[in-house]
Design a protein around this ligand. Sequence first.
Ligand code: PMP
Length: 430
Amino acid sequence: MGYEKSEAAFEEAYRYIPGGVDSPVRAFGSVGGVPPFIERGEGPYLYDIDGNRYIDYVQSWGPLIFGHCDPEIENAVIETAKKGLSFGAPTELETALAKEIVELFDSIDKVRFVNSGTEAVMSALRLARGYTGRDDFVKFTGCYHGHSDSLLVQAGSGAATFGAPSSPGVPADLTKHTLLATYNDLESVKRCFEQSEGGIACVIIEPIAGNMGLVPAEESFLQGLRELCDAHGALLIFDEVMSGFRASLKGAQGLTTVRPDLVTLGKVIGGGMPVGAFGGRAEIMHKLSPEGPVYQAGTLSGNPVAMAAGLTSLRKLKANPSLYVTLAERARKLMEGFEAAARSAGLPLVTEVRGSMFGFFFTDEPVKNFEDAKRGDNEYFKKFHRAMLDRGVYLACSSYETGFISTALDDALIDETIRIAYEAMQSIHG
Ligand code: PMP
């Protein structure tokens, strides 16, 4: 495969855009080489400007559960756009999407739309602090909740990839209320509660972590968090920006009995358009402006085109919930294939699957938290990623990310990917 046009495009982009990209992970910094510049997507495939075709397991980092250019979503976007792109005034589309979400999640009585996952989490955190009147909160190392100041501490995703968990430009004053705990380790959370002087407003967690690779929380751990939060009058926030409508129709909440007080959503609820949302119990959401004193706003929030894309996606998912069974089967088949391919090449590999989400680490130890995840062999990952890309398989370009299966990926493409994975694993030693 040639990448000449992408190389030239990257050089040109570099002149005008820092790092040539609008979000750091995209620059391929941790795997090396030039990122393919994308010309278009179609169903399960991405096409770059050099004419290379890839089987896409990134799907815009999660939103595209129906693959690229789903005709119904495309049509909803076009028809809505014809009526105007934005009004900054209420539309019935917002209520329709809100209603779908409220009906699906028993933890959500009311929901507000924003434009990104970052905004959703930032707003939920403010609301939790406003509701409880407390400043401190607990987050877990390796969990990524967007790039707002107080959450950019020991974060996963790009922040982990680049080895800069905390960023310059974030005043220490703004992170002094961020208490760090270890994923799947309840004792570390108890210590945070003991250490906090002013009290904990909330514990925020990715109930299925997808930003240190794919690392699910254990059920007993989530139950322990619920009990601790209840005992201390703190709120429990599930950040389901990634796992929402991905792990199951009800996200992680379809796979656990634990219910959070607040939930953040994004990615799939926008069907590929920029959308985030946060919701929860009525008495908490009631504190939000204009009903209550906690301020939060957005010029383009609830944008009609984005709402139409999200609404169409959610209705399609709701109409056919069994598709999650198929997606999970394909994810499992893919991971079993990767494991067999690694074994045949004498390489260590552990894998994880939750619904349409999958992850793998080049290690033979179980991965339960960020420290475990960091033991994965990055050199193997880099070589594997490159070998797959050169053979037409587009995987997330960091070992701290999650892969996704879309409904556009059929069994034949999974088989094809596994066949390529055998070659790629063999090439790692070569
Ligand atoms: N929370 C989680 C769990 C995420 O995975 C992400 C993005 N990957 C975010 C928040 C931030 O979302 P966005 O990139 O839309 O701001």
